[in-house]
Design a protein around this ligand. Structure first.
Ligand code: UDP
Length: 472
């Protein structure tokens, strides 16, 4: 792998903690949600493969299992998240509680942890901390102990562009969105329309604006920015970020999951590998994979419509129904009467998938998803076209890019109803339009392969990143 020896004085790790051979160390601190943990761990893997030692800071909430990555050090940070907030699914409330606990003056919780991590003489000297921009306590705590910071953005470059434009979006009246203007184009951020902007009607608006403003401050005050995307996917968006932000370096080494060979190491739920055997028995390109990520949920009525829509399509499907997928039920929702018999032999339901392996399987012909950024990148990387059912955060804008910018999928809009679901599945899996989306997805897959080759943009970005880290 390019640059692999750059950060070492020689030799390998022999799989253990013999990090004394590694000259420098990075600290990483992911936001504790699946869609943020995965790319941070993938970035840490890629940096470790290039010779850096890794210390992972983590919250108690959604804590990782250190046993899965013995070559990393793990250090807990008090997060002060009350059990009620953790269980509520209120992401903004959770972030607020977490940041407040880490910033608490009286305990200076995070600063104390950083001080003791830096004082660990068994470890090589720390070059910097790579952190998720939503962890607002990090810049101040790191500055207090003289540690440089790099930000990892786990969403698209377009999403960061939207954050950068947030004050303008309010000044010009695009936000808060008005019902009558939902389909109005946002001329400053093509191809977005008002309905595609990052917004949450469920969250406290002041809290959200404050969070985004502080996340931008965190980016602006850092020594560099890493975005999980690649140059050929979002050229104009990256160009804008590079020209408007005044930070020393902006790198796009994505898709990060393709730079790591240990992609099962950070799953919070157990992956059902048995589904691969089931996939092995299906005809090529016949299976629709259905998953809405780690946080999105639906009402019980919608769940019924999805179940019967899948059954009616007649296509084989692999459907992830994780605990919490259906609002109001903590564990897995029961299936409607007759459903299991109706889909016997054609459908399989599991709690959690080894998603990247599933998407890479040659029998998977389509992905019905929620447009989380990781899922979008994973689908693009395997040339799988998408039906998008976005719910919140950046999912609307990712959908817009899938449909309008790359033309590798389409949105299933409006009420979830079995007839419309069946129609959408047929469009993707059987009709000419779906076949054209698949062709374009295969073209994007080639671009992914190109950026990952030696000399490709993502490999160059990783090499630059290692060099930069070693210069800090
Ligand atoms: N994922 C998985 N198995 C599943 C569903 C999702 O491993 O059954 C992974 C998926 O590969 C992705 C992450 O969970 O890396 C979800 O991140 P994404 O940004 O797509 O959505 P979020 O969960 O943050 O809404």
């Amino acid at each position: 792998m390019a640059g692999v020896h750059e950060a070492r004085t020689g030799g390998d790790d022999a799989g253990g903690r013999t990090t004394s051979r590694r000259r420098r160390r990075i600290l990483v601190f992911p936001l504790p949600f699946q869609g943020h943990i995965n790319p941070m761990r993938q970035l840490a893997d890629a940096l470790h493969a290039r010779g850096l030692a890794v210390t992972v800071l983590h919250t108690r909430f959604n804590a990782p299992d250190p046993g899965r990555r013995p070559e990393f050090r793990f250090v807990p940070v008090p997060d002060g998240v009350p059990a009620g907030v953790a269980a509520s699914g209120d992401v903004i409330g959770l972030l607020d509680a977490m940041n407040a606990a880490m910033e608490a003056e009286e305990s200076a919780a995070l600063r104390g942890v950083l001080e003791s991590v830096l004082a660990d003489e068994e470890q090589p000297p720390a070059a910097c901390i790579v952190f998720d921009a939503n962890l607002l306590a990090v810049p101040r705590a790191a500055a207090a102990v003289g540690l440089k910071t790099l930000v990892l953005r786990t969403a698209s470059a377009a999403c960061l562009g939207c954050f950068m434009a947030y004050p303008m979006l309010h000044q010009k009246g695009y936000l808060p969105p008005q019902e009558s203007k939902m389909y109005m184009p946002v001329e400053e951020l093509p191809p977005l329309r008002v309905r595609d902007l990052f917004y949450s009607s469920r969250s406290d608006q002041e809290k959200l604006r404050n969070l985004l403003a502080r996340a931008m401050e965190a980016v602006n005050s850092s020594s560099g920015l890493v975005i999980n995307t690649f140059d050929a996917l979002e050229p104009a968006e990256l160009e804008r970020i590079r020209s408007e932000l005044r930070i020393p370096t902006v790198l796009a080494p994505g898709p990060l999951h393709k730079l790591s060979s240990k992609n099962t190491a950070s799953s919070l739920l157990d992956e059902d590998h048995g589904c691969i055997k089931w996939l092995d028995k299906q005809p090529p390109r016949s299976v629709l994979y259905v998953s809405f990520g780690s946080l999105a949920s639906m009402d019980p009525d919608e769940f019924l419509e999805v179940a019967w829509g899948l059954a009616a399509s007649g296509h084989p499907f692999l459907w992830v129904v994780r605990p919490g997928s259906v609002r109001g039920s903590e564990d897995i929702q029961g299936f409607p009467e007759g459903f299991e018999a109706a889909v016997e032999g054609t459908g399989k339901v599991i709690r959690w998938a080894p998603q990247q392996e599933v998407l890479a399987h040659p029998v998977v012909g389509g992905f019905w998803m929620h447009s989380g950024w990781n899922s979008t990148m994973e689908s693009i990387s395997e040339g799988v076209p998408m039906i998008c059912r976005p719910q919140f955060a950046d999912q609307m804008m990712n959908t817009r890019y899938v449909e309008k910018m790359w033309s590798v999928g389409f949105e299933l809009e409006g009420e979830l109803e079995r007839g419309r679901i069946e129609e959408a599945i047929r469009k993707l899996m059987e009709e000419r339009e779906g076949a054209e989306m698949r062709e374009r997805a295969m073209e994007l897959k080639k671009k992914v392969a190109h950026c990952l080759k030696s000399g490709g943009s993502s490999q160059i970005a990783m090499d630059k990143l290692v060099k930069y880290i070693l210069s800090l």
